[in-house]
Design a protein around this ligand. Sequence first.
Ligand SMILES: [Zn+2]
Ligand SMILES: [Zn+2]
Ligand SMILES: [Zn+2]
Length: 746
Amino acid sequence: MADGFSPPARLGVRVRGVVQGVGFRPHVHRLAKALNLSGLVRNDGEGVWIEVEGPQAKAFVTRLQAEAPPLARIESVVVELLQAEGGAAFTIEASAKNASTAARIPADAGICAACVDELFDPANRRYLYPFIACCDCGPRFTMTRALPYDRPQTSMADFPLCEACEVEYTSPASRRFHAEPTCCAACGPRYDASPTAIVQRLAAGDVLAVKGVGGFHIMADARNASAIAKLRAKKERGGKPFAVLVANLASARQWAEISEEEATLLQSPARPIVLCKARGDLGAIAPGLDTIGLMLPATPLHWLLFHEAAGRPTGAAWRDEAQTAAFICTSANRGGEPLVIDADAAQARLGEVVDSIVDHDRGIVVRVDDPVLRMIAGAPVVLRRGRGQTPDPIRLPREIPPTIAFGGHLKAAVCVTRGSEAFLAQHVGDLDDPDTIQFYRETIARLTSLLNVKPVQAACDLHPDFISTRFAEECGLPLTRVQHHGAHAGACAAENGLTADYLALALDGYGYGDGGEAWGGELLLMRGARSERLGGLKPLPLPGGDRAAREPWRMAAAALHAVGRGAEIGRRFANQAQAPALAALMARGAPTTSSCGRVFDAAAGLLGVCDLQTYEAEAAMRLEAIAARGRAFTQALALDGLEFDPAPLLAQLADASPEDGAATLHASLARGLAVIALRAAESHGLRDIVLTGGCLANRLLAEHLGAALQAGGIRAHFHKQSPPGDGGLALGQAWLAGGWEDQSCV
Ligand SMILES: [Zn+2]
Ligand SMILES: [Zn+2]
Ligand SMILES: [Zn+2]
């Protein structure tokens, strides 16, 4: 081949990653045609196999990656030289029979720009059709019953293609070649209410349950305070913030300051809820908070609602212009219960909450909540994993034996590994409710069957009484029990590719400590699978156990007691009937906790920001919101080696303004924790630290801490794809249980 007259090469190209069900074969076909190549393409168990022959074969390989379809995620391309075969045709071959071994179901994707164009093109046969989809967009995971990902295995099997759709589905040149969700008004699913009717009801102040992609949403007019108040009262959610659906970026900017990165996230195919800095008082949408969860249209119906609300404008300009309309769009479930996915359940569970139900006739096979993200320290962090993210894997630093991890109790999520891929399932909820437990059970079964994986080992929390622990004990596999905060650290380390020793700051609500203590503010040394507590927050009394976690005034009383100011408790919390009893209880000795979350609670109680929480982390979120308006005052910190006593800091807040106190709390906590971490880094000769635990959803704390650690010369690693809170636990459990030979920690 060195004589300059080499015959046209035939290249075998192996592509791995998310390359099935995302329009990859038509992309290959078009490219091969454009470059005059002969050959073939087919899906198989490892991904996509391509053979191309012709002078431009090398250019094909370059453009194959550079011009890949938007939903494809190419992880590797391996090229080999094959014997030339001649021939002129390029063919798409049928999928190989064993296509399920490593193949994946793609995640759901929000409506693409080309489909929005068609949706509003009066000449298009899918004009205003709310189920328009193509190779680049539409439901995937939520409608799939089993692998391989083919139409008969999805809930679209109930909708045989009409002739016109069939032609597109079978034409390699079409945007809908083998697009499994494709359909049209003649053959596809329907809503039982028109966009006109839906918008009229919303405008009249009604609260609706509207079926979407991964479940029902509860929707209301976001500009209508009485509709929101009605929803809040009926949904029994206290002051928990609602997400708001807006038409486009210009509309989002009416509500919040949107950075470039946030704009990119909002428009990404998953169409997540992105927490952004609100422009003004959010009123009943998010009482006391300065961040708002915004979402852009994820489905054709969302676009149709904005079109209707804008008075059915023609042309495309309105799609980029700021729109007045905005809708509350929140998961349709009652506190603790799983997301509702069918109309009967909607009627039974939400009949009291909503004025009416809007249904469609395409089945939801897998319930998946909207994902929630926030920019923290310059990078997106997943706070809740959901639609558009599952079942995409998180890459582990190396291959581990197939492992199933059962997560924790709150925000339960399971994780199954296959090779070096970790499949962290979607948010399930708190395992207190029988229906949530059933959903958890389904998620486990679905994940293992879809991945075609037989786990050889299991992992769970150290807590003996968690329901997730019981599931793990009953699964019949060798079981590793992983300490809660070690698992948090392991999750962050796994996704950041850390394999050498590292430190961890786990700042959390509650986790069962090595000896059964109530931990949640720990400095850990991580060596392989082992976590060793080096120090952290000095415990405070936890008067009243679980009640203390819901009633910040109790933690405030605990902090006063800890600095010898217990005599003030009765006077300060005169409106709490149990205040005098609490003082006496602590005098006799109460259980204690080193939880960072409870330190925030104590501060909120002392600053008068939140006496009773109506949802998890309310006190901390309210403090973060007001801290920006305050000025931190410096004060000496109570540091003793690697222990940081928060009680004196808290006691000082007792006399500060809420804003200054909140600012001081964030700055001082970060400073004190950074000092002990830097001391440990120096004495152990380590340069990497992971920042993990539920408190890392707090941007102010995370950024203060990250900056102080970086300034001290160590690398701070944050969560990205896995939640820093308990939704990410299972990833860390799997990695610590499966990734190391030395399991002596447990
Ligand atoms: Zn599309
Ligand atoms: Zn059709
Ligand atoms: Zn936790």
